[in-house]
Design a protein around this ligand. Structure first.
Ligand code: G
Ligand code: G
Ligand code: NA
Length: 253
């Protein structure tokens, strides 16, 4: 697959960047963090979305390169903010292949150390479907990451098949309700019931619950009534390059 060869070159040339989407608290609308989403600015194809290259890169084993690159960008950015007196937690998306690399926790620890960044300012997101496919296998690495002090988040929650017994045992801090339910909850009573159940389950287990894909005020209001903790979505902001994110922060926060 030709994109993959080009990907390695793109990393060297600085064409692999990230955009940031704010996550805000439903109770007081404060910024609680941002999620980093990778972007490839291709000279001929323009902005190539992750849906078109992350899987291909995963299949070739270059996914560690992608993660290390994204982590470098993100840790440097967290440090810039800390030096300006801002504590903004950043979430990075993992592929399940990243979790399988034996030296992954050491890579994360080394990155934090090199940049002088507190572990609590980094969140790692892993999808429900990938971790729950074999929770026993991932439990040790998740425990190692948790011991470093990074936050762990389970993404696209509700689309996988969580074993509740494992959910209780995994050292996670947060679950993110999949946007399909969030987008359906205003018109579909089934989706609303699922959103409510996930929020209650998360809270019973002591987890923070985030709704993703919030596009409408009606959804935001309903989520607030259901005591969901945080939200992300186009209603608040699209993922944006760093300069746009900072203007957004200055004008709204
Ligand atoms: O940015 P966008 O909304 O198009 O993201 C599409 C998908 O790509 C999301 O499911 C997201 O989890 C995934 N994704 C975005 N950035 C990264 C990344 O840095 N690493 C991995 N593995 N997946 C990512
Ligand atoms: O689940 P994950 O975090 O991997 O998904 C991130 C993806 O969701 C990115 O492609 C991002 O652009 C997209 N996204 C974020 N907010 C919204 C939203 O409000 N509506 C829609 N349709 N997509 C969103
Ligand atoms: Na995510």
């Amino acid at each position: 697959f030709q994109l993959v060869t080009q990907f390695r070159r793109a990393v060297d040339q600085g064409s692999i960047t990230v955009q940031y989407q704010p996550k805000i608290s439903l109770a007081d609308r404060e910024l609680v963090g941002v999620e980093a989403l990778v972007r490839w600015t291709h000279p001929e194809l323009g902005a190539v979305p992750p849906s078109e290259f992350v899987e291909a890169i995963e299949a070739t084993g270059s996914i560690d390169l992608l993660l290390e690159h994204v982590l470098e960008i993100v840790l440097a950015q967290i440090k810039v903010w800390v030096d300006r007196g801002l504590r903004i937690a950043v979430a990075v998306n993992l592929s399940v292949r990243n979790l399988s690399a034996p030296d992954f926790p050491a890579t994360v620890a080394a990155g934090l150390e090199r940049h002088g960044v507190e572990a609590s300012l980094l969140t790692l997101e892993i999808t429900e479907s990938s971790v729950m496919a074999d929770p026993e296998r991932y439990l040790p690495v998740l425990r190692q990451l948790h011991a470093l002090g990074v936050n762990l988040s389970v993404d696209d929650f509700g689309t996988g098949y969580s074993s509740l017994a494992y959910l209780r045992r995994l050292p996670i801090d947060e679950i993110k309700i999949d946007k399909s339910f969030v987008q359906g909850m205003i018109t579909d009573l089934g989706d609303l019931a699922i959103v409510r159940a996930i929020i209650d389950l998360g809270h019973s287990l002591g987890l923070r619950v985030v709704a993703e894909g919030v596009e409408e005020e009606a959804a935001r209001d309903a989520l607030k009534t259901l005591r969901c903790d945080d939200l992300q979505g186009f209603l608040v902001s699209r993922p944006q390059p760093i300069d746009k994110l900072e203007s957004w922060m200055n004008s709204t926060m």
